[in-house]
Design a protein around this ligand. Structure first.
Ligand code: 5RP
Length: 225
C-alpha cells in the first residue's frame, strides 16, 4: 500500500453511517473513493456522496455510491480531498485540476475537511513548488493578469496538454497560472486575489482544512485537528 492509500484508509475510518460525504478530485481523492466504496460494501454502511468534479462523479457512479447533486445541498458532514501543497499553518494550494469552484465550495460547506497527502506535498510556503491557479472570467483575463503583475506576479493562461489551446475550467473560466515573489505571503495573496474583480476563484485554501492526514514512509501522521 502506498502513502496516498494509507492516508485514504485512515480518512475512511472517520465516515459514519448516514453522513453526506464530499468527494475530492485527483489520484489521492480516488484512493479515498475506492476505500469508501469498499467500506460501504463490506460493512453495510450507508452514505450519500457529492462530487467535486465530473471525474469523481463518474468514479462514484461506477462504484455504486449514491450521489446527490451539489445544488440540493446547503451543507455536508465531511469533505475529503488531496492538495498540491500544504504549508505549516495548513494553508493549502489546490487546483492542478480544473474544479476549484466546486472544491472550495465543498470545503467551506463541510463540518470537517480532511486533506490527504504524501510527504511530497509539504512545503514551507504556498507557491514553493507550483504556480497559483487563478480562475478568471474569460473576458477579464488580461485585466486580471495586469493587476496581478502589479503585485509582482508572472505567468499566463494555462495551455491544454497538446499546447494548441487554453484550458477551460469546469465552471467555464480560463485559468491563469501565476508565480509571485516569495516576500508576498499567502495571506496577503489570498486577500489580493479575493479582492481582484474578474477572479472567479483561486487555489489558495486558507482556514479550511480541519486535519491533514499524511502518509509518510508507511506511517500516518496527522497535522492539525
Ligand atoms: C485538484 C486538486 C488535487 O487534489 C491536487 O491536484 C492533488 O492531486 P493528487 O492527489 O493527484 O496529487 O486540487 O484540483
Amino acid at each position: 500500500m502506498n502513502d496516498k492509500q494509507l492516508a485514504a484508509n485512515h480518512a475512511v475510518q472517520q465516515v459514519q453511517d448516514g453522513m453526506v460525504v464530499g468527494l475530492g478530485t485527483g489520484s489521492t481523492a480516488n484512493c479515498f473513493i475506492d476505500a469508501l466504496a469498499k467500506r460501504c460494501q463490506e460493512e453495510n454502511l450507508y452514505v450519500t456522496v457529492v462530487a467535486s468534479s465530473v471525474v469523481s462523479t463518474i468514479k462514484a457512479q461506477q462504484l455504486g455510491l449514491p450521489l446527490i447533486a451539489l445544488e440540493h445541498l446547503s451543507r455536508l458532514d465531511l469533505y475529503v480531498d488531496g492538495a498540491d501543497e500544504v504549508a505549516p499553518d495548513l494553508t493549502l494550494l489546490k487546483g492542478r485540476g480544473y474544479d476549484l469552484v466546486r472544491e472550495k465550495l465543498l470545503a467551506r460547506a463541510s463540518d470537517q475537511f480532511l486533506v490527504l497527502i504524501d510527504q511530497s506535498k509539504q512545503v514551507s510556503h504556498i507557491g514553493e513548488k507550483f504556480p497559483i491557479p487563478v480562475e478568471v472570467m474569460p473576458f477579464a483575463w488580461q485585466m486580471v493578469k495586469h493587476q496581478l503583475e502589479k503585485l509582482g506576479g508572472q505567468g499566463g493562461l494555462r495551455k491544454t496538454a497538446n499546447q494548441d489551446g487554453f484550458v477551460v475550467s469546469a465552471y467555464g473560466s480560463l485559468v491563469l497560472d501565476m508565480t509571485f515573489p516569495a516576500e508576498i505571503d499567502s495571506k496577503a495573496l489570498h486577500r489580493a486575489l479575493n479582492e481582484t474583480p474578474g477572479v472567479v476563484e483561486h487555489g489558495i485554501f486558507q482556514n479550511l482544512a480541519s486535519t491533514v492526514i499524511m502518509g509518510k514512509n508507511g506511517e500516518v501522521e496527522l497535522l492539525g485537528g
